[in-house]
Design a protein around this ligand. Structure first.
Ligand code: NAP
Length: 259
């Protein structure tokens, strides 16, 4: 299926690895030129070169922390006008509800709520002027079903979800489509880190922790970055113009709800 976005230009934040990389590769496979970002320059450049070689698209890289004002300024300067924005950043650390002070919440809000909002505010006006745009925010299944040890993530992502719910409806008539993708457990470094944490807390091996977590997913496995990227590319496609402000769960059935 041709998604009809060849020749468009996308900024994919936090995309040297994991779900961001999955999104970048799926867009590149559709002929979309990329601006890619991550903090670590080496992995970012390696992934960018792989994408140039594999898909023949143009890829600009910006090694910067997207959660800082300075990092965002660098990324936006390199990005210029983009048609597609994929918001992503690392997730906050796990802990207990008693662990977190005001500074911890501010950091989580900055990374997982205020950074995507700042990038939407910077780039959506240009999309409106040109009459076409797509924004996908990578959030989490924790938006629909809280993960108790990820209280910082639960809080910050709920805030972004509320903002997107209203904003997506304000810009829909201008050709700009904003939606959220909610990952359940996917096979990335982040999942490995969470397995390692669960193993340490439970006195088991990381492999056992993974087996235990897989048993909670009706699909019986972790998701892949490729599957995730394909969903992202569809939400960025010409065919997604009537999908407004939605929260699409990709979790192998783990969140047990009817709607
Ligand atoms: P990952 O495999 O750890 O990859 C994270 C990517 O983001 C890397 O390229 C990393 O590169 C980059 N990055 C992290 N912090 C950044 C920052 N401040 N500025 C710029 N780039 C940054 O993580 P993932 O599994 O893909 O997760 C992506 C998001 O989805 C996270 O917010 C995570 O909480 C959420 N999520 C993931 C899962 C899952 O199962 N994987 C489930 C639910 C939610 P550098 O380290 O070099 O910057």
């Amino acid at each position: 299926m041709d998604l009809g976005i060849a020749g468009k230009r996308a900024l994919v934040c936090a995309s040297s690895k994991g779900l961001g990389r999955g999104c970048a590769e799926a867009l590149a496979a559709e002929g979309v030129d990329l601006v890619m970002n991550a903090r670590g320059a080496e992995a970012l450049e390696t992934t960018a070169q792989h994408i140039r070689d594999t898909y023949g698209v143009q890829v600009v890289t910006v090694a910067a922390d997207i959660t800082t004002e300075d990092g965002r300024a660098q990324v936006l300067a390199a990005a210029g006008q983009v048609d597609i924005l994929v918001n992503n950043a690392g997730g906050p650390p796990p802990g207990m509800w008693t662990d977190w002070e005001r500074e911890d919440f501010i950091k989580a809000l900055d990374a997982n709520m205020l950074t995507p909002i700042a990038l939407i505010k910077a780039l959506v006006p240009g999309m409106i002027e040109r009459g076409w745009g797509r924004v996908v925010n990578i959030t989490s299944q924790s938006v629909k079903s809280p993960i108790p040890v990820l209280g910082l993530s639960n809080s910050a992502r709920a805030g972004l979800t509320g903002y997107v719910a209203g904003t997506s409806r304000q810009v829909a008539g201008k050709g700009v489509v904003i939606n959220n993708l909610l990952p359940g457990i996917h096979d990335t470094d982040r999942a490995d880190a969470l397995d390692a944490g669960a193993a340490q807390a439970g006195g088991i091996t990381p492999e056992q922790a993974r087996t235990n977590r897989q048993a909670t997913i009706p699909a019986g496995r972790y998701g892949t970055a490729q599957e995730f990227g394909a969903a992202c590319a569809f939400l960025c496609s010409q065919y997604a113009g009537f999908i407004i402000g939605q929260n699409l769960l990709l979790d192998g059935g783990a969140v047990n709800t009817t709607l």
